[in-house]
Design a protein around this ligand. Structure first.
Ligand code: ADP
Ligand code: MG
Length: 689
């Protein structure tokens, strides 16, 4: 049975739009187990034939069958598999991976196709055995450039045998060797033939050709013992480059289809990544200095992103916190019946002041952002007295619920706060302002004393002092916080006249982080809808100031982030450049990997993983630096701003933004180099220096 069958093989290359023929209709049968020489002078087309036979180059016309498979019809991936499993290549230039150990070089074909295999101990043992047979066992840890030419070629032969190829293709294997080494290599090839392998040897040297059983002589692209065929109508094949661009389309399209593929075949990409990850890391380690320098940009970028975003959020939170203690999260809701309403406008439900159970309590359920509610009943012109001492001017009596203290941020200096049971029981208890305590109870402990409250000169009622309010600074002086007396609103209602009892004002506190303006609009709209024109509703807050501040702080944070992201982009461009340069330097490496069975997919994943690994490392270092940087800044700030306390913060938004940026930079800066590497044409890559 014939192992190789060549039918009417043509190859033309295009030079300045002219087709120049290199191979002109070759026909050949090569039997299994034979040792065939193809001999011809330089330029006769031998290497071209070698590349076509090896599935590294597509012919212009004609067919090639290897073990019955028409390889000229196969896809790139199928071809890669044939090269990997059936063929062993020996090149004149050896084509070993520089800066990679002899052992790794021998193992190279065993790594592919990475979609299916992973290197095991058995592979390594086999590589060592081959190195032993070929007399290079002592050099297994050395780099190719530490070996002589003859030794390097033996490494290449070991590599050709690694996957048990039964067809060895050798192109001028002795071309770069001295006579003694050349003889050794020829003897090796002869012994492989004796072991049953098919060997195709290409040489310009008639002496070397004598080792072969059969010799075909090539002159100007045709065998001289065969008539060159003419007028052949076998199908025309597209050039390799045409095929590629047809199959792959534009860059963005290829990126998209790449990601779609990953989503469709996660297991496939997982296994590729697993086997090429060591290659990617190995390359980064071999280029330590370059990798570190490239990472620097991303390290700075990521630390800037983390630090800026965190500090932005931190400053915003701190400033808003300060505002919140001033009561900016508070709303005052007012509702008055509309007495001038015409009868025809009267809605189904008429508003006649708020009802606690019906109107106010449900607010918390309807608007989840409402955190605290207290009615606000007050009478202003009061005097209070106890034990013969009195404050007779403008004491503010406020009827409230326990929530009121929290809403206004008031603290108790001594005693206890109001409780809900006081409200329920209309208890005659009160909390007194600091000045009242000071003036009236200068000598005695106010707690447990009875205070008498006089409204104008009409009415007097008692209350038991249960707590003293701490001093309070305010931007609303007319409320005179230190001259206030707080009583349960139910008690207030029971002792005051009708006009003071109406519930027309309610204090609300909005949960921090919610939009106060938005909430006030919603609440107002809610009552307007409920009571139509029968009530006039108003919601007041100090929130305009805050929302302006918030807007400013957001802008500030966005600005900081943008600057940081910009520096990250610069870092990413650095990686992108380094990878592109590195790929131009490694054209031969990628060409060789593809020749030995790497699919485009695995080349792409390898390059992408190199960039992702760089970014992940840079990201980890950057996050650490960024964290240290902003904690230091906060620590420094505490020295200058005494109100500021040092704290450890890990802002989740900043962390997620950093992680997403790392991933994006890794993918974006690796994508173009990856596409460039996978697109390399094997022949050009191997020929390049
Ligand atoms: P050999 O190996 O016998 O020396 P080659 O197969 O390398 O010959 O090349 C045969 C001829 O074809 C040479 O003249 C070479 O310059 C030319 N050739 C082959 N492929 C190309 C190409 N892609 N571009 C330019 N010239 C080519
Ligand atoms: Mg040649």
């Amino acid at each position: 049975m014939s192992q190789i069958e060549i039918k009417d093989l043509h190859f033309d290359y295009t030079l300045e739009q002219e087709e120049v023929p290199v191979l002109r209709g070759l026909n050949l049968l090569i039997k299994k187990g034979s040792f065939v020489g193809i001999q011809g002078p330089s330029g006769s087309g031998k290497s071209t034939l070698f590349y076509i036979l090896g599935g590294l180059l597509r012919p212009t016309r004609g067919k090639i069958f290897i073990d019955g498979t028409e390889i000229t019809r196969l896809s790139e991936d199928e071809l890669a598999k044939i090269r990997n499993r059936k063929l062993g290549f020996v090149f004149q230039q050896f084509h070993l991976l520089a800066r990679t150990s002899v052992l790794e070089n021998i193992l190279l074909p065993a790594r592919y196709p990475c979609e299916e295999v992973t290197i095991t101990n058995a592979h390594t043992e086999k590589a060592l055995r081959l190195a032993g047979t070929l007399g290079i066992a002592t050099h297994i840890r050395h780099l190719p450039n530490q070996l002589s030419g003859g030794q390097q070629q033996r490494v290449a032969i070991a590599r050709a045998l690694m996957n048990d190829a039964d067809l060895i293709l050798a192109d001028e294997p002795t071309g770069n060797l001295d006579t003694a080494s050349a003889r050794q290599v020829m003897e090796l090839l002869t012994s492989l033939h004796r072991e049953g392998k098919t060997v195709v040897l290409i040489t310009h040297d008639p002496e070397i050709a004598k080792y072969c059983e059969t010799i075909y002589r090539l002159r100007d692209g045709a065998f001289i013992d065969q008539p060159a065929a003419t007028g052949c109508d076998s199908p025309t094949f597209l050039k390799q480059s045409d095929l590629m661009s047809k199959a792959l389309g534009g860059t963005s399209q290829r990126m998209l289809s790449f990601f779609r593929e990953i989503i469709d075949h996660p297991r496939l990409y997982y296994s590729i990544s697993r086997s090429v990850f060591p290659l990617a890391v190995g390359n980064l380690i071999r280029n330590k200095t370059k990798s570190l320098l490239t990472m620097l940009g991303v390290v700075i970028g990521i630390s800037a992103v983390l630090a800026m975003v965190t500090l932005g959020q931190f400053t915003k939170a701190k400033i808003l916190e300060t505002y919140e203690t001033l009561g900016v999260n508070n709303l005052v809701l007012r509702g008055n019946p509309n007495h001038g309403l015409k009868a025809k406008d009267r809605p189904a439900v008429t508003f006649n002041f708020f009802n606690w159970e019906r109107d106010i309590l449900p607010l918390q359920r309807i608007f989840p952002e409402v955190r605290r509610i207290s009615p606000l009943l007050y009478s202003w012109r009061n005097s209070v007295s106890a034990g013969g001492r009195s404050v007779s001017d403008n004491v503010r009596i406020l009827g409230v619920t326990p929530d009121y203290l929290d809403i206004t941020g008031r603290r108790i200096l001594a005693g206890r706060p109001l409780a809900m049971h006081h409200t329920d029981a209309r208890s005659s208890v009160c909390l007194i302002g600091y000045q009242i305590a000071h003036v009236i109870f200068a000598q005695t402990n106010p707690l447990g004393q009875i205070l008498s409250i006089t409204v104008g000169d009409r009415l007097s009622y008692p209350c038991l002092v249960i707590g003293i309010l701490a001093e309070q600074k305010t931007n609303k002086e007319r409320w005179r916080p230190d001259f206030q007396v707080l009583v349960p609103y139910t008690y207030f209602q029971s002792v005051n006249s009708y006009w003071d009892n109406t519930l027309d004002e309610v204090s609300l506190q909005i949960a921090p982080g919610s939009d106060v303006e938005e909430a006030s609009k919603k609440i107002r709209a809610f009552f307007q809808q409920k009571y139509g024109k029968s009530g006039q509703f108003n919601v007041d807050s100090d929130s305009t100031l805050v929302s302006q501040m918030k807007r400013f702080l957001n802008l500030f944070a966005v600005l900081l982030t943008a600057i940081a992201l910009l520096s990250l982009v610069v870092g990413g461009i650095g990686i992108n450049n380094m990878m592109l340069v590195s790929i131009s330097e490694r054209v031969r490496e990628f060409g060789l990997r593809k020749a030995l069975g790497a699919t485009q997919r695995s080349i792409r994943v390898q390059v992408l993983l190199e960039s992702l690994t760089l970014c992940a490392l840079a990201g980890a270092i950057g996050v650490t630096f960024g964290f240290a940087a902003y904690e230091l800044l906060i620590f420094g700030a505490t020295k200058f701003i005494p109100q500021l306390k040092f704290e450890w913060i890990l802002d989740s938004a900043a962390i997620s933004l950093s992680l997403i940026s790392i991933l994006l930079v890794g993918i974006l800066s690796g994508m173009a180099p990856a596409l460039k590497a996978e697109k390399l044409e094997i022949i050009e890559a191997l020929r390049s220096e």
